[in-house]
Ligand binder design. Structure first.
Ligand SMILES: Cc1cc2nc3c(=O)[nH]c(=O)nc-3n(C[C@H](O)[C@H](O)[C@H](O)COP(=O)(O)OP(=O)(O)OC[C@H]3O[C@@H](n4cnc5c(N)ncnc54)[C@H](O)[C@@H]3O)c2cc1C
Length: 473
């Protein structure tokens, strides 16, 4: 295992040297399309050096967190209003969960009729529109976003699972999604390398798509930066938010103080800090009389990315049926894993736009720890071998040169729904976080909802299920 390389996600809780080194390496790879400035940019495009004294800037909206949620909210606001927007991050884009994301926008494991379904469906439509628009403008969505229409397969291996998959296909069809049940023979034709027996079958969604989180983030950044010259956009990276600005009275937020800057947000301040949202809000509100606790927790996940691995042919995005309810696929902990950190592993496999084979994934509550754990890597590999016997010819050790382990902290909300909306009793403060394992797939719908709330537009979806009120206290 010694040679396995780890794509750390530098977050505020990590050792500083490590954070800088890893984020620098990530940025080289991440922004090959549009390299970011390594200096902090002021609103008017002026570069404020890293050691600059605290400066004051005025914007309409300040977004805290440059993960997929924060960056795409900024993009939506820039495109659909004339407001100016600043984005603040403790590190850089893709340094949180987003950088580890597998990129599937699949609907096969989501359940029609749930509130999250509506948000994911709306986002799916908006992602498709974005991909179509790019195509119409002569750009290749595969190049720009890593966009691939792979279709998705949710694979069952027991009679009980097959029965569930059959009713899932019915449910999905009734909800307007093209869905098909595949018997073991049909499945073998679609994915010949999959281990298949009498008890195998799958739900198949031929129209499901995926994107590449890193390409998509670079694309969004490039779009946002088109507004730099108009003075409508600025980025403040490596500059964590430290406290709210509350100039007049108790019930209004006027912006954010970061370690290096004072950023006024005339119309709104949006906290989109992923799994750090709860602890950050506690910190930002600590000297106030406001009682609000956002119960978002980090849920650690590993994804194995194999470069130039052509020994396995997979045509679709695949996911085991157990993924639908990760809580159920808890495996017994070994002495390597603390017994109270319930670990679950569910097989997912797909090939990304660069040809990497992505094999996932784990779920675990381990605080803000982002360390590599070879025990988990081995379990993910074994789980994939159960589904693809040809992988048994390879060990993690043999593949160490080709294998990157992506580690990220999903923002987990105990009730399984993101928190999106204004904070009651505090004017101009919004939260957009808690998307757990679906932040990429729900991003565009979330951004649309937040923008419409800020602009006082009618909403496309019912926002009540995602409200702060009643869920954060
Ligand atoms: C292994 C794995 C696979 C996944 N696969 C998929 C998938 O296939 N499809 C899908 O839809 N989702 C997937 N996800 C989930 C998805 O990645 C997350 O839901 C999504 O990235 C969350 O985005 P975010 O912007 O809320 O958080 P993050 O990406 O974590 O961004 C939060 C940002 O806030 C910043 N921040 C923290 N504190 C501060 C502060 N004090 N001041 C300023 N900034 C701060 C951080 O530096 C970070 O950049 C996966 C996740 C993992 C871990």
């Amino acid at each position: 295992m010694a040679g396995v390389s780890v794509q750390f996600n530098p977050n505020p809780s990590l050792n500083f040297k490590l954070q800088f080194r890893s984020s620098f390496n990530q940025r080289k790879q991440l922004f090959s399309i549009s390299p970011p400035t390594r200096k902090i940019r002021g609103r008017n495009g002026g570069n404020l050096g890293m050691g600059a004294v605290c400066a004051t800037h005025n914007f309409d909206v300040v977004v805290v967190g440059a993960g997929i949620i924060g960056l795409i909210i900024a993009r939506d606001l820039l495109l659909r209003s004339n407001l100016s927007v600043a984005v603040v991050d403790a590190a850089v884009p893709c340094s949180g969960a987003t950088g580890a994301g597998q990129g599937y926008l699949w609907m096969v494991h989501k359940t029609p009729g749930t509130e999250v379904w509506d948000l994911a469906m709306r986002s799916r439509k908006l992602w498709q529109l974005l991909a179509d628009n790019l195509q119409d403008q002569g750009s290749d969505p595969l190049e720009a976003l890593g966009w691939k229409k792979t279709g998705s397969l949710l694979i069952g291996k027991t009679e009980a699972q097959l029965n569930q998959l059959k009713s899932r296909v019915q449910q999905l069809s009734m909800a307007g999604i093209r869905a098909e049940y595949l018997s073991n023979n049909d499945l073998a034709i679609r994915e010949p390398e999959l281990a298949i027996n009498q008890q195998s079958g799958a739900a198949f969604l031929p129209d499901d798509c995926q994107l590449d989180a890193h390409r998509t983030m670079a694309f969004i950044e490039k779009d946002n930066r088109l507004f730099l010259s108009q003075g409508r956009y600025a980025e403040f990276y490596h500059d964590p938010a430290v406290c709210f600005i509350r100039s007049n009275g108790k019930g209004k937020i006027d912006g954010i103080k970061t370690q290096k800057n004072t950023l006024y947000g005339r119309k709104a301040t949006i906290i989109a800090a992923g799994c750090w949202t709860g602890s950050l809000m506690d910190k930002l509100l600590q000297n106030s009389d406001i009682v609000l606790h956002v119960p978002i927790q980090p849920r650690k996940g590993f994804l194995l990315a194999l470069e130039n691995f052509n020994n396995l042919r997979v045509t679709h995005g695949l996911m085991e049926a157990g993924y639908v309810d990760h809580q159920k696929s808890v495996i017994s902990a070994s002495d390597k894993v603390d017994s109270n950190e319930a670990l679950s592993i569910s097989m997912t496999v797909t090939r990304d736009a660069s040809g990497n084979l992505l094999i996932g994934s784990s779920r675990q509550f381990a605080g803000f720890n982002t360390e590599l754990d070879t025990f988990i890597v081995d379990r993910i590999w074994e789980r994939a071998q159960d589904f693809f016997p040809s992988l048994k010819e390879f060990s993690v050790k043999n593949l160490s040169e080709q294998m990157n382990v992506r580690i990220g902290l999903r923002p987990y909300m105990p009730d399984g729904k993101p928190v999106i909306g204004p904070v009651p009793g505090i004017t101009n403060l919004f939260i957009a976080s808690g998307h757990e394992g679906g932040g990429l797939s729900m991003a565009l719908g979330t951004a649309e909802m937040v923008t419409d709330m800020i602009l006082d537009n009618p909403l496309q979806l019912d926002c009540k299920p995602f409200a702060v009120e009643g869920r954060c206290c």
